[in-house]
Write a protein that binds this ligand. Structure first.
Ligand code: PLP
Length: 505
């Protein structure tokens, strides 16, 4: 195998150098098409040693304009692009609600073991006892952590877990002869996937007010009375919630919901702040989902990969997806398909096994004390950062915080908004926090338990420097980022007129 050397920029006149053109006043990354050199090849085919035969015309399509480059040039192009990415491996990534934390490399080692990575989904149970045991034990760990009675590992993400759980709840009420329980209540700070899952399940979502970041229990009662208790299926609560607060009144909310004959659903995206401290079953949850990619690590983002196991209380067990991974009386592991009331399959084969292996490795590596430490550190890191920012940023929700907190620039009258702070942070090599959710104008900051004090201090200093700039040179902030290939984008335009395809001139 040979590859043709790409052009190395030696003088400003070489083609490679002119390909690193500037658009506007910033150097930009050339596209792979712009680097193309006619005649360059990634693979040299052996000379033809059989008689040439004509090809049927009908098989010939329109020629495509692909770029022509040697293998090494393709490698350097994409490897270089990858280093321009913001990632948890290279940058502080305090994206609130997403739990972008360190993913221990031992998880990657475990997930790549051939016994997991090269499983064939139709292999005989007897040949994959190790993998089945891992799934079964993961199921048991999550049952223990939630305090609930049974876990299904099938759902492929948190949102998919919500959808699965809502289907389970619907099947339960149909079975009980109460098919009219179609309303799902959720606080107005709920994650967007909550109403989306309800809609996909044919349920009607009704928002409950929050005050100071907590569910307004009077409003919860009012909504139940307004629609009639017999029409309520569930109340979906996120706890710790999206304002970064642990709602200590969740037990009371559970009583109200149970009195209406409905289920308390816990969105468990923020479990990292309560691991080992409390169990959702203890504060009244009947059903919950885990986001194992958040709580128990796995590199995630841009839609995947994830796993969203669902845990349920006794009354909902018969309706969980099938098959279920089980330990048989003879000690072997296998699948139980005999679940006549099950909602059926929600995911092909075993679920997201690679992600579940990582969750298993994370739990086993930390053990009980380690998981408790995760919660302690997630909480202390969030509260430490909040304390370091509170002089220059308004913290609309009073702490103490669980895993994250919401901050609003105090300097909005200088014309500098949350988006300007977010863009300027990029110049410091920091990924922006979540913006404008759960309230307008805010930044939602989640440091996670894996960040060091030095990183937290560097972030606080960057945020406070930006607050100074907002006073002394607000125009500089309006134009940030200054040190990246692409400056301020027209984000609305980019969304409305999506154009991600290169066309030859
Ligand atoms: C991340 C998140 C979800 C959705 O989970 P995915 O795994 O991304 O589908 C739901 N609720 C909350 C509060 C979240 O933070």
């Amino acid at each position: 195998m040979t590859s043709v050397m790409g052009a190395i920029p030696s003088s400003p006149d070489t083609p490679a150098e002119s390909a690193v053109a500037t658009r506007g006043d910033r150097p930009v990354e050339p596209l792979i098409f712009e680097k193309s050199v006619p005649g360059h090849r990634g693979v040299d085919l052996p000379p033809l040693d059989v008689p040439r035969a004509p090809l049927d015309e009908s098989l010939l399509g329109t020629p495509v304009d692909l770029s022509e480059l040697g293998q090494h040039d393709v490698m350097t192009h994409y490897t270089h692009l990858s280093t321009r990415n913001f990632s948890v491996d290279a940058n502080f990534y305090p994206l609130g609600s997403c739990t972008m934390k360190h993913n221990p490399r031992i998880n990657e080692w475990a997930a790549a073991l051939p016994g997991f990575a090269r499983l064939h989904p139709l292999q005989d149970d007897a040949q994959i006892q190790g993998a089945l045991r891992l799934l079964y034990e993961t199921r048991c760990f999550l049952q223990e952590i939630s305090g609930l009675d049974e876990v299904s590992l099938q759902p492929a993400a948190g949102a998919h877990g919500e959808y699965t759980a809502l289907k389970v709840i619907r099947a339960y009420y149909r079975h009980k002869g109460q098919p009219d329980r179609r309303i799902v209540l959720a606080p107005d700070t709920a994650h967007g996937t909550n109403p989306a899952s309800c809609t996909m399940c044919g349920a009607e979502i009704v928002m409950v007010k929050t005050s100071d970041g907590y569910t307004d229990l009077d409003d919860l009662r009012r909504r139940i009375d307004e629609h009639g208790p017999e029409s309520i299926a569930a109340f979906m609560i996120t706890n710790p919630n999206t304002a970064g607060l642990f709602d200590g009144h969740v037990g009371e909310a559970a009583e109200i919901v149970h009195e209406a004959g409905a289920q308390l659903y816990l969105d468990g995206a923020n479990m990292n702040a309560i691991l080992g401290k409390t169990r959702p079953a203890e504060f009244g949850a009947d059903v919950m989902h885990f986001n194992t990619h958040k709580t128990f690590s796995t590199p995630h983002g841009c839609g995947g990969p994830g796993a969203g196991p669902v845990a349920v209380a006794e009354q909902l067990r018969p309706f969980l997806p099938r098959p279920q991974v089980v330990r048989r009386t003879d000690g072997t592991f296998g699948w139980d398909h005999d679940r006549p009331q099950s909602i059926g399959k929600v995911r092909s084969f075993f679920g997201q096994i690679g992600v579940l292996v990582r969750a298993y490795a994370y739990i086993r590596a930390l053990g009980c004390d380690g998981l408790l430490d995760v919660a302690r550190k997630a909480v202390i890191n969030a509260n430490y950062l909040a304390a370091r920012l509170r002089d220059r940023y308004h913290l609309p929700f009073e702490g103490p915080y669980a895993h994250e907190f919401v901050a609003v620039p105090k300097f909005e009258d200088s014309g500098v908004h949350n988006v300007d702070v977010a863009k300027r942070l990029l110049d410091f090599g920091i990924h922006p926090p979540t913006m404008s959710w759960p309230i307008a104008h805010c930044l939602m900051i989640e440091p996670t338990e894996t960040e060091s004090l030095a990183t937290l201090d560097a972030f606080a200093e960057a945020m406070n420097t930006i607050a100074d700039e907002a006073v002394h040179s607000p125009e500089r902030l309006k134009e940030a980022p200054h040190h990246l290939p692409i400056g301020r984008m027209d984000e609305v335009g980019a969304n409305r007129h999506l154009d991600v395809r290169w066309r030859p001139e």
